[in-house]
Design a protein around this ligand. Structure first.
Ligand code: SF4
Length: 269
């Protein structure tokens, strides 16, 4: 349902949540999940090395593992989370936008942007958004649900696989930067976003090994969560979308300003 003017939604609806995925788990959690399947713990590192290190999403290529182990892990821990609905490219194929259908039917989008010196993925952290900025189509649609850590990381992995396969104009490449500037307010989905930043930055087999300084978390100014993020020990870049320098104007453009004022946001940043 569309939000009322100025209404803020911080608590996301629970419905439509995706099944658990390997990327929701840290290395210890993955080992425990694999042991629960009756397999030796080291299979978790093997599958992580394939999925995150070699960017292989085809179990038939995992020839370092017996087929029954591959099948069991795929069935239990690698559900399909993102289904492409539409892809649009521009800038001679160096900018690629994809609309994804999530478990439960919600739609989100990600954009791969290739520049001479870097490749940036712009990703979504929520389906819809509860921050209700009146100029923003996503905000006007309201908040459908939070994305899981794995759904966030899989957007980056989809871009990474496509680059590794040479499918993006300019030939093979790697993702160097990730910006949380797609759909959603990342700090309103704090736990999943911090989990995703850890997965993106930790070296393989734990994660994708992207430099933390290449990751930008963008917020409209959720002050308590900015302070929490500062305490995580993650040297990511914080971007604050101010849109207006004074409280009177910002109250109208960014409704969360009625909760935390410009000076509080700047102090926290
Ligand atoms: S926080 Fe961002 S995504 Fe959410 S309504 Fe505002 S501008 Fe749109």
């Amino acid at each position: 349902m569309p939000p009322l003017p100025g209404e803020l939604v911080f608590k996301a609806p629970k419905k439509g949540k995706p099944p658990i995925h390997l990327l929701d788990l840290d290395p210890a959690g993955r080992r425990a999940a694999v042991v629960d399947l009756g397999l030796p713990a080291f299979r978790a590192d093997q599958v992580s090395r394939q999925w995150l290190g070699r960017l292989s999403d085809d179990p038939a290529e995992w020839t370092d593992m017996p087929a029954p182990a591959r099948d069991a892990i795929e069935a239990a821990l690698l559900p399909t989370l993102l289904t492409p609905v539409r892809t649009i490219d521009c800038d001679r194929g160096t900018t690629v936008k994809t609309v994804w259908r999530l478990h439960g039917g919600a739609l989100v989008e990600s954009v791969l942007m290739r520049y001479p010196e870097r490749v940036t993925m712009c990703i979504s952290s929520q389906a819809g958004c509860g921050m209700n900025c009146p100029f923003c189509a996503t905000g006007q649609a309201g908040l459908t649900r939070n994305l899981s850590t794995a759904e966030i990381v899989e957007q980056v992995l989809a871009g990474a696989r496509s680059l590794a396969r040479g499918e993006v104009a300019g030939g093979q490449g790697r993702i160097s930067n990730v910006v949380f500037m797609g759909m959603g307010e990342p700090l309103a989905n704090y736990r999943a976003v911090v989990g995703a930043v850890r997965r993106l930055t930790e070296p393989a087999p734990a994660g994708l090994g992207i430099g933390a300084r290449g990751i930008t978390v963008s917020t409209v100014g959720l002050v308590p969560r900015i302070l929490d993020l500062a305490g995580e020990g993650l040297p990511v870049t914080l971007a604050v979308s101010l849109h207006a320098p004074d409280d009177a104007l910002r109250d109208t453009l960014v409704p969360v300003n009625t909760r935390w004022k410009v000076s509080e946001v700047l102090d926290a940043a």
